[in-house]
Design a protein around this ligand. Structure first.
Ligand SMILES: NC(=O)c1ccc[n+]([C@@H]2O[C@H](COP(=O)([O-])OP(=O)(O)OC[C@H]3O[C@@H](n4cnc5c(N)ncnc54)[C@H](O)[C@@H]3O)[C@@H](O)[C@H]2O)c1
Ligand SMILES: CC(C)(O)[C@@H](O)C(=O)O
Ligand SMILES: [Mg+2]
Ligand SMILES: [Mg+2]
Length: 329
């Protein structure tokens, strides 16, 4: 069984007197930094001038160029985009890391695929929230937490595990649950989850349902409510109580259709595709493709993003959400 940790397993005193430099102030950087500060930790932010700098200052943080933040820090949490971490690490982080410092990640990509090789004189750990950064913050503000994974890649000081647990507590994760893992397991399962199920799988499923209804002559607004808007309401029930709770809430007609038709949509072809996607992650092919895509200025990433932004479902969604009070800021 996987090792699980809760609030009482983490000692917040482990981080007392230590300065945490959060490098990057985007989705995870902002969420984690604000939670850590509210949990009593000393946090500074490392950034390049521009974009997020002003936001971090407005939120009341001391913001420094990356190298200066690293020089001040006992714990360096790298929350830059995965594809820029190695370059920034080489030029602005590695030369300034203190001996005995703790280098941290929220995703194992750069360590697992050998893009960053830290010196032996630092701890290397991961605290990876299992949720988007905005939810890491929102859930903490509600007094709850988003679960996280922790892993130790290198334990130079003998303190690496205690720091990971204390950090996980600082961002609110021990209010939910923290699981022990390895960099390899986190990297491979995280990439698989986002590609095949959470992001790639779900958006492709929604799009396929929407296009099928619209192509058959049904109103796009109807199709939107049916396959996108209601998705959240159904998933909320699954989230709260598994398939059983969701099926308790839907009609018997829906449940019979679910049980008999679902496997026709996600059939052997999908299982085979999932297997292939997992193998590309395990053998490094996806990582290589993503790194090369970045070297040539991301033509595929940009074109596919634009095509989806222009999809009818996005236009209809924007209009429909505009009428609904729950989406008004
Ligand atoms: N987005 C998520 O919810 C999520 C969830 C779990 C793990 N992660 C991991 O967290 C890490 C951060 O991802 P993110 O989605 O929060 O990133 P992001 O793109 O939202 O934010 C990146 C931040 O880094 C800054 N930045 C970019 N290039 C920089 C440079 N050269 N120098 C200095 N600052 C620079 C940006 O201004 C921004 O503040 C990644 O390892 C990712 O895999 C993300
Ligand atoms: C939020 C996700 C998808 O779970 C994360 O893994 C990411 O890469 O953004
Ligand atoms: Mg993830
Ligand atoms: Mg991910």
């Amino acid at each position: 069984m996987v090792q699980k940790y809760y609030e009482s397993d983490a000692d917040p005193r482990t981080l007392e007197g230590r300065t945490i430099a959060v490098i990057g102030y985007g989705s995870q950087g902002r969420g984690q930094a604000l939670n850590l500060r509210d949990s009593g930790c000393r946090v500074v932010i490392g950034l390049r001038p521009g974009g997020s700098w002003q936001r971090a200052s407005e939120d009341g943080f001391e913001v420094y160029p990356v190298a200066d933040a690293v020089r001040r820090a006992d714990v360096v949490q790298i929350l830059l985009p995965d594809e820029t971490q190695a370059a920034v690490y080489r030029t602005e982080i590695s030369p300034h890391l203190k001996e005995n410092a703790c280098l941290m990640f929220s995703h194992g990509f750069n360590i697992h695929y050998g893009q960053i090789v830290p010196p032996p004189t630092v701890d290397v750990i991961m605290v990876a929230p299992k949720g988007p950064g905005h939810m890491v913050r929102r859930t903490y503000e509600e007094g709850k937490g988003v679960p996280a994974l922790i892993a130790v890649h290198q334990d130079y000081t003998g303190n690496a595990h205690a720091i990971a647990l204390a950090y996980a507590r600082g961002i609110g994760a021990t209010r939910a649950v923290v699981l022990e893992t390895t960099f390899a397991e986190e990297t491979e399962t995280d990439l698989f989850g986002e590609q095949a199920v959470l992001c790639g799988g779900v958006t492709s499923l929604i799009k396929a349902g929407f296009e099928t209804l619209v192509d058959a002559g049904y109103a796009p607004e109807m199709a939107y409510l049916e396959v996108l808007h209601e998705m959240k309401l159904i998933v909320d029930l699954i989230y709260e109580g598994g398939f059983t709770k969701m099926r308790d809430s839907i009609s018997n007609t829906a449940q019979y259709g679910d049980l008999t038709r679902g496997p026709r949509v996600i059939g052997p072809e999908t299982y085979a595709a999932m297997q292939e996607i997992l193998e590309e992650i395990q053998n490094g092919e996806f990582a290589r493709e993503w790194m090369l895509e970045n070297m040539v200025n991301r033509p595929v990433f940009t074109a596919l993003t634009k095509a989806d932004e222009e999809h009818l479902i996005e236009q209809v969604g924007k209009e429909i959400r505009g009428f609904m009070p729950q989406f008004k800021k």
